[in-house]
Design a binder for this molecule. Structure first.
Ligand code: BGC
Length: 242
């Protein structure tokens, strides 16, 4: 089946048509900058531009950087606060004329990794983390997604939320070298390890592409590896979930 997969990010929205059997892209990826402030209506209009670009009439799966319960946006850590409470399934479907289903972006990306990445079909307790502007998380057991885990918002011992302590955006903002940032990230992983005892951790998002630069600082016992699908995971996963 072919589904249009879309990934909504802080600055841009990307999409392409995905073959949901193989996870392959059927077309080139198309990216549109999101005008700011990115209110729900503006995001909907931007998604509409992508739908029109592909002249798409079928199903659409969309990853979104918030808690999403049955299509309703519940949080807005790094997006415009006016998004909270909006039924994104309804609004985006109405504006685009397509049937759109919206999911948390990390849940979508993790789902794609488990289906088509190098950890495919892993059946144990797997934790997927995306390290970008924020920190996203997705938890899987026996291949099933437990949605909206939001571990990027747990408080570290310095009273900061994890994503304000060790996201990729913080690494850049505070100009941390990989060693210093890696130690911070390791503290976060240690915390998650004692909370969850996962059997595998997979890292996606910007910083995961530089895994070899900070992996010497990672001392947890849980096997950990960078994601395989990288930038494309969010789009593929959203299409699969839809
Ligand atoms: C949001 C999550 C999202 C993550 C990555 C966090 O700030 O709370 O819902 O998955 O950023 O975009």
């Amino acid at each position: 089946m072919e589904v249009l997969g879309i990934d909504v990010g802080g600055s841009g929205i990307k999409g392409t048509i995905v073959n949901t059997k193989t996870g392959d892209f059927i077309s080139e990826r198309h990216r549109v900058e999101t005008p700011q402030p990115a209110t729900p209506e503006i995001i909907a209009e931007t998604i509409h531009l992508i739908v029109k670009h592909f002249n798409w009439k079928g199903k659409v799966g969309c990853g979104f950087p918030s808690v999403i319960q049955n299509g309703v946006i519940r949080t807005a850590a790094n997006i415009d606060k006016s998004c909270i409470g909006v039924n994104a399934n309804e609004l985006f479907s109405k504006i685009t004329g397509c049937s759109i289903k919206v999911y948390n972006d990390a849940d979508a990306a993790g789902f794609a990794e488990l289906k088509f990445g190098k950890v495919k079909n892993f059946k144990g307790l797997a934790l997927f983390l995306t390290i970008g502007t924020g920190i996203g998380s997705a938890l899987f057991y026996e291949g099933k997604l437990i949605p909206n885990t939001e571990f990027g918002h747990i408080y570290m011992n310095n009273k900061l939320e994890a994503e304000h302590f060790t996201s990729d955006a913080i690494r850049k903002k505070e100009d941390l070298n990989w060693k210093v940032w890696g130690k911070r990230f390791n503290q976060f992983l240690e915390y998650l390890e004692t909370l969850l005892y996962p059997e595998l951790i997979i890292l996606g998002g910007g910083a995961s592409k530089k895994f070899e630069k900070f992996s010497p600082e990672i001392t947890i016992k849980t096997p950990i590896e960078p994601a395989q699908l990288l930038n494309n995971a969010g789009i593929i996963g959203a299409a699969l979930l839809a």
